[in-house]
Structure formats: structure tokens, C-alpha cells
Design a protein around this ligand. Structure first.
Ligand SMILES: [Ca+2]
Ligand SMILES: [Ca+2]
Length: 139
């Protein structure tokens, strides 16, 4: 008897309802994480809508104890101040889900996007130079 398993995601990525996601646990700065995702054939996670955010929350829930306080995803306003866009496509982020009080651009120094490691996985702007885990996405 032969069982063939069709796996649509590259090695290291989880198949989450047809999308492919991977956590990098290496403590990269945001630019380093962006480069590493590209090296792994993907890009920093772009949450395109509430449905995708929901999938991400479900996928991350059992990983919370190993994630740290924040996890970097694709999103920056470093190119145009106040305008959040995806770094891979430069498209404006139409869907956002900010944590209460965010984005606060603390010390006028927060231009990179993260998810807060709590049940809602809401958004927080962080300095791009912190070392955090991060999430890659690929087709
Ligand atoms: Ca996406
Ligand atoms: Ca912030």
C-alpha cells in the first residue's frame, strides 16, 4: 500500500489552509529577518485581511510559549512616514489590527511591524533594530 502525501509548502514551512508560514526563531533584526525570509524563498509575512490574521492566530496559539513578547512581520512605514506598507510589494496595508495605543512610534523610532504575543496577536510598531523572532510566508 502506498500513501502519497502531497505537500504544497517548501521545507520548513507549515501548510496552513493552503498558505505557507514559518517562524524564524533566530532573533533577527527586522531587516535581517526580511533578508532571511527571501533567502528561504519567501517574504516577511503579509497579513492581507482579517481572514488571514485569523489563520495566523490559530496557527501561532500553540507556539506562544516559545515566541517572545513580539514577533516581526512584513510592514514598515520607513519609506513614507505614517503610511504602513508591505515591504515585498510596497502596497499599502489595507487591513490593520493595532493593539490599544498602537502605533505609538515610541521615541519617534518605531517603523517596523510586529505582532504582540497575546491571544489577539494585535499589531505593534517596534524599532527595526530589536532582535525578535519573525514570520515568513511563501506561496
Ligand atoms: Ca499573506
Ligand atoms: Ca509601538
Amino acid at each position: 500500500m502506498t500513501i502519497s502525501v502531497e505537500c504544497s509548502c517548501p521545507s520548513g514551512y507549515d501548510d496552513v489552509g493552503g498558505s505557507c508560514y514559518a517562524v524564524l526563531y533566530d532573533g533577527f533584526t527586522w531587516p535581517e529577518a526580511k533578508t532571511m525570509c527571501e533567502t528561504l524563498g519567501g517574504y516577511l509575512l503579509e497579513i492581507n485581511d482579517g481572514s488571514e490574521h485569523g489563520s495566523i492566530k490559530t496557527w501561532l496559539a500553540p507556539k506562544r510559549s516559545s515566541l517572545g513578547s513580539y514577533v516581526y512581520i512584513g510592514g514598515t512605514n520607513v519609506l513614507v512616514t505614517g503610511q504602513w506598507m508591505f515591504p515585498n510589494t510596497f502596497n499599502t496595508m489595507n487591513y490593520t489590527n493595532w493593539a490599544p495605543g498602537q502605533p505609538d512610534n515610541a521615541d519617534s523610532h518605531e517603523h517596523c511591524l510586529s505582532l504582540v504575543n497575546e491571544a489577539t496577536f494585535a499589531y505593534n510598531d517596534l524599532p527595526c533594530t530589536r532582535r525578535e523572532n519573525s514570520i515568513c510566508e511563501t506561496e
